[in-house]
Ligand binder design. Structure first.
Ligand SMILES: Cn1cc(C(=O)NCCN)ccc1=O
Length: 115
């Protein structure tokens, strides 16, 4: 039978924790660039430069469709949002700074919740 989950990443609380973390991300004042998919028709170059677009609404949909195995696979998609942002935006820009702020917030929260 399946091995008993050893760490919080694998245990049964993984997915409710993901929903809680996502709700906190969506409520953050700097979440606005990340709430919905980047409109590649309105943002020149985006589709070419960013190979794997990701945003909070897509993550929410994937959670609802049970597409995350555990907290780890959820964290990978959240980090993709911030990595795409760093790739496409100057650090010294509104959206670039929002991405850094959101990544710092997320890293702090999931590590706190996992302790
Ligand atoms: C994350 N990100 C968002 C936008 C954007 O324009 N978002 C809509 C805000 N209303 C543009 C580039 C980018 O990397």
């Amino acid at each position: 039978c399946a091995k008993k989950a050893k760490t919080a990443k694998d245990d049964k609380n993984g997915l409710p924790l993901c929903r809680m973390l996502l709700a906190e991300l969506e409520a953050h004042r700097d979440a606005w660039p990340f709430l919905t998919p980047v409109n590649h028709k309105a943002v020149p170059g985006y589709r070419k430069v960013i190979k794997k677009p990701m945003d909070f609404s897509t993550i929410k949909e994937k959670l609802a469709n049970n597409q995350y195995l555990n907290l780890e696979t959820f964290i990978i998609d959240v980090n993709l949002v911030f990595d795409n942002c760093e790739k496409f935006n100057e650090d010294d820009s509104e959206i670039g700074r929002a991405g850094h702020n959101m990544r710092r917030f997320f890293d702090k929260r999931w590590t706190e919740l996992l302790q």
